[in-house]
Design a protein around this ligand. Structure first.
Ligand code: OGA
Ligand code: ZN
Ligand code: ZN
Length: 395
């Protein structure tokens, strides 16, 4: 459907197969009935606030110019009708007119069914060890040039939080080209890119050859990096396997089976410290973070990057019981995906969801060198949304 020229709904078109069947003014709302029987009330203030005409929205920036306090608080719809192209037309008591397309209204309706539908669609699906056999795997030689392949990879990364890329050139710096296919890189005190190898003067346990237990990177920052990439240049030393655990699966398991531990881990601030001769980073945050709806949005954990717990004596037994359970679960094979990276392979994972670990390796018997970098979650999500503007509607 063509939008009226004077309307600026968004940067993408909204379509729906469901038509608007009826629109009735009732109290301070317009009650819309859809062709499939769904009923969606829209409050006057909400509708007026979302007018997409080119007086209310700047035609170039597509950002709102209108502010809801510009109209009287008793503003009401004088008339509501279904007009051209099946859109909702509203005549306001102050003389303004607004038009809402069915696609836009359907996408933003906030009746219980519509909200539940959107909520379900955005929910993460935690995985356990079985995911190892179905690991979302992509080839850089496709992703590099093909936006559909890029979209498939990024969608899988968003959904599962763990993907493997093959065919990344075994040349230092290649990981940057892969990351930049998504967005700019998030630099840290370890560099734009960091080199994971056994170093003579390590400033992190990661840069030794010891077993590195499950962790997220930079839990010591207020905002942990959203995505982490680890590209394998060489992995000829015995050992050095990669292990991944879905932190959301651990949290879900605890929530269902050990609610006290879940409550403690999601409400107690743990201390995360990373100190070196030239830097001193600290963050104080729970291991399991919840959003406003109580859904798990983040896991933060690195046993080797912690400061002493700062809590009353009476809380210590429950805190340590919960923390021990979290570590035990992360050690449980039922939750672990294991794979040994080969040269040219690259992990891309959600560092605020998925814990990663590596087994000990022997640097005397072979070389091992990975390169890594970070990008924030926002960049991934923005990139996916922009790619989706170019896809056929409904795909
Ligand atoms: C790291 C890390 C994994 C590996 O550098 O933070 O987790 O396989 N490395 O060496
Ligand atoms: Zn308007
Ligand atoms: Zn790490």
């Amino acid at each position: 459907m063509q939008l009226a020229e004077s309307m600026i709904e968004d940067w993408r078109a909204f379509t729906t197969n469901v038509s608007l069947a009826d629109a009735v003014i009732t109290g301070p709302a317009i009650i819309v009935t859809w062709g499939d029987g769904r009923v969606s009330p829209f409050h006057f203030m909400w509708l007026r606030d979302n007018c997409a005409c080119n007086q209310c929205v700047h035609p170039l920036t597509r950002e709102q110019v209108f502010e809801i306090a510009d109209v009287p608080d008793d503003l009401a719809a004088q008339a509501a009708s279904i007009g051209g192209a099946g859109a909702l037309h509203v005549q306001w008591t102050d003389g303004h007119r607004s038009v809402y397309t069915p696609g836009w209204l359907r996408a933003h309706a906030y009746d219980d069914a519509s909200r539940a539908e959107r909520h379900r669609a955005g929910k993460a699906h935690p995985w356990a060890a079985e995911y190892g056999a179905a690991l979302a795997t992509f080839d850089w030689r496709d992703v590099e040039h093909d936006d559909a392949a890029l979209h498939a990879w990024l969608s899988a990364l968003r959904a599962t939080g763990l993907t493997l890329l093959r065919g990344v050139p075994v040349e230092p710096g290649s990981v940057a080209a892969v990351a930049r296919r998504i967005s700019f890189i998030r630099e840290s005190n370890f560099g734009v890119l960091f080199d994971v190898a056994s170093k003579p003067m390590p400033d992190s346990n990661a840069y030794t050859s010891i077993n590195l237990p499950p962790h997220t990177d930079l839990p010591t920052r207020e905002l942990q990096p959203g995505l982490q990439f680890l590209h394998c240049l060489v992995n000829d030393a015995p050992g050095g396997d990669s292990i991944f655990i879905d932190g959301f699966a651990l949290a879900t398991h605890l929530r269902e089976h050990e609610p006290d531990a879940f409550a403690t881990l999601s409400s107690t601030a743990f201390e995360f410290w990373n100190k070196s001769a030239t830097s001193d980073y600290r963050a104080s945050a729970p291991i399991i973070a919840l959003d406003g709806r109580g859904e798990v949005i983040e896991v933060r954990h690195a046993n080797f990057l912690r400061g002493p717990i700062d809590a009353p004596l009476a809380s210590m037994p429950a805190i340590y019981e919960a923390y021990r359970r979290f570590i035990e679960l992360a050690r449980d094979e039922r939750f672990r995906v294991r794979h040994r990276l080969a040269a040219g392979e690259m992990w891309a994972f959600d560092n605020r969801r998925v814990l990663h670990a590596r087994t000990e390796f022997d640097p005397q018997l072979g070389a091992r060198h990975l390169q890594g970098c970070y990008i924030d979650r926002d960049e991934l999500l923005s990139r996916i949304r922009v790619l989706e503007r170019a896809l056929p509607p409904g795909s």
